[in-house]
Design a protein around this ligand. Sequence first.
Ligand code: NAD
Length: 374
Amino acid sequence: MSIFVTGGAGFIGGNFVLDWLGAIDEPVINLDKLTYAGNRETLASLAGDERHIFIQGDISDTDRVSQLLTRYRPRAIVHFAAESHVDRSIHGPEAFIQTNIVGTFRLLDAARTYWNSLEGEAKADFRLLHVSTDEVYGSLAKDAPAFTEAHRYEPNSPYSASKAAGDHLVRAYHHTYGLPVLTTNCSNNYGPYHFPEKLIPLVIVNALAGKPLPVYGDGQQIRDWLYVKDHCSAIRRVLEAGRVGEVYNIGGWNEKPNIDIVHTVCDILDELRPLKLVSREWRVDSGKDMTPPPTYRALITFVKDRPGHDRRYAIDASKIARELGWKPAETFATGIRKTVQWYLENPQWVANVQSGAYREWVEKNYSGPAEKTT
Ligand code: NAD
């Protein structure tokens, strides 16, 4: 038996593959196009592990996906592959339409043909789990109740609109063709191997380089934050016990304004890697102590808000808790500390992802912080 993962060299997919093979002795077939966001170094610890089969390829290539499914005969597909960055979707929506809508459609079509070819228990047990976002629900008023699975779809960015379209296609393939699907809509993830265009890694990486920490608008945009390994455990649980055709919201019960996130990261860095002020330049661990010691918070710079920036997302994750008994293991305080620690211990990973195509794009287009999706 094996599972087929798409986008398993990205932030969440990469964490998921590592987590899966750490917890379960079942091979993973990992199909990833290796866009700027895909990074094989995230999977370096799996070198020589025969349970991990990496294939560079596009989910939009139906023939290739069909051949792979027929060859490896997985019992499930976990679909992470996406263009995932809101800012990029504002600058260039086309790739989002292509991967998140057309790509998801083609993957579904290949999955349907494969599923139809199965028989008996293999057919009954097969699942396709589609990983999606809370951003499909749109923006919430300050005092409105958190998003439940019944909340109507009101996507506001090309990214969230393309994910919403993917979610609808997944739903349609279940209702029309009977494909046994599961959908998860998750809040903002943070943790190891996160690309430094997203808010938390951007703040850590910029702070360590003594660069400004850009914060959009007034920094009061509220998001729910979930440690990525908790997202991985939730996906495993849904795959194992979720009811076919159902949607499960996944969240950390951690609503926080962006500015609080930036303050928290600065405070942890102040403790773990104190700044020293050296002749008007910010340097990390320069060894030349000046008093009073400066704080990383001094690097915060407010920048023009992103167009159409949603004010608040909040996830009601009570269905997955009630039905499947899942809850996050980390609080925000413990998860964010682990995350900062990981970036301090892995400067080479950061340096490598900041080279090449990523850097070119940032230099050309990027003026503010990113948010996640991500
Ligand atoms: P990411 O951008 O870090 O990774 C995406 C991966 O998909 C990359 O490895 C990339 O190479 C690959 N990919 C892109 N286009 C592809 C294609 N056409 N064919 C094959 N592979 C392709 O994204 P992420 O943050 O890991 O997000 C993964 C999934 O989770 C996405 O579907 C996203 O919408 C969803 N999600 C993300 C968050 C978050 O906070 N990051 C929250 C909720 C949901």
